[in-house]
Ligand binder design. Structure first.
Ligand code: ZN
Length: 270
């Protein structure tokens, strides 16, 4: 006997079951400003295919992930309805041009996060319009760009995002970010960094907004080859797998009937 009802929740469940039997690749869109790589030769030499390109290569080699990169200067910043709607997890890297991101596009991405798209915000993306919108705070922090040693300590052993990571790892040269970092209290803090200068920073945190899972991961200043580091790549890969939505669609609205009378009032199951 078929138990399908006219409301949307059943078809959502069906979609979910289909993907469990035949897992589809996680569709990742990496958003990058992409201007430094064009305008500053010293950064182009570190990331010849762009920061988005470097991250996409690592993710596409990881298995079960289909990653593409888009940039600020693409049409609609590369985030057309079609692209956003076909993204399971978005990764965001921005720095000098947050203000150039059109509010309509921010609105589009925000809506999709609330509907379940995962969002992984990297490094200076902390000041992006989308992250500030999702957090509701200033997202401000302390910083110093002198290229100093960063030690990242795992504070949630067993958390899926730090799977395969030792109890700590070191990046020889990075920009310093220091507390206080003005974000809402996270649901989990999986990494804390210490820097040569003595500052500390919550470098890996998670939140939920609507049905969407959000990750902030700190490293990745554009002048350093951070996104080639295997530990950094592993954490981004883990974050993508953790944040990808398990449900295709969230159902809202009026329910014409409850469970008890369902078969009686819909005897054909059509
Ligand atoms: Zn930076």
């Amino acid at each position: 006997m078929r138990m399908l009802s006219p409301d949307m929740e059943t078809s959502t469940l069906a979609t979910n079951l289909d993907t469990q039997t035949a897992p589809l690749p996680i569709r990742v869109t990496i958003w990058n400003e992409g201007r430094y790589e064009k305008n500053r030769p010293e950064i182009a030499s570190v990331y010849p295919v762009g920061i988005h390109g470097a991250i996409a290569q690592a993710l596409n080699n990881a298995g079960g992930i289909q990653a593409r990169g888009v940039t600020l200067d693409d049409m609609e910043h590369g985030l057309t309805d079609e692209v956003v709607d076909s993204t399971d997890v978005m990764i965001w890297w921005g720095h000098g041009h947050h203000a150039d991101v059109d509010d309509r596009i921010v609105e589009r991405v925000h809506k999709r996060v609330l509907a379940g798209m995962g969002m992984v915000v990297l490094h200076s993306g902390h000041f992006s319009k989308i992250f500030k919108r999702l957090m509701g705070t200033t997202c401000d922090l302390k910083w110093r760009d002198t290229g100093e040693r960063e030690t990242l300590w795992v504070t949630r052993p067993g958390h899926p995002i730090v799977e395969g990571i030792d109890d700590h790892f070191v990046l020889d040269k990075e920009e310093m970010y220091g507390e206080y970092f003005d974000v809402p209290e996270p649901e989990s803090t999986f990494l804390i960094s210490s820097f040569e200068g003595g500052e500390v920073f919550r470098s890996g945190m998670t939140w939920t907004r609507g049905a969407g899972k959000i990750v902030y991961f700190r490293p990745g200043h554009e002048t350093f080859p951070t996104y080639y580091d295997k530990r950094v790549q592993r954490i981004i890969e883990n974050a993508v797998r953790w944040a990808h939505p398990l449900w295709g669609k969230v159902g809202y609205g009026e329910r014409k009937m409850g469970w008890v009378n369902r078969e009686q009032t819909n005897p054909t199951g059509s």
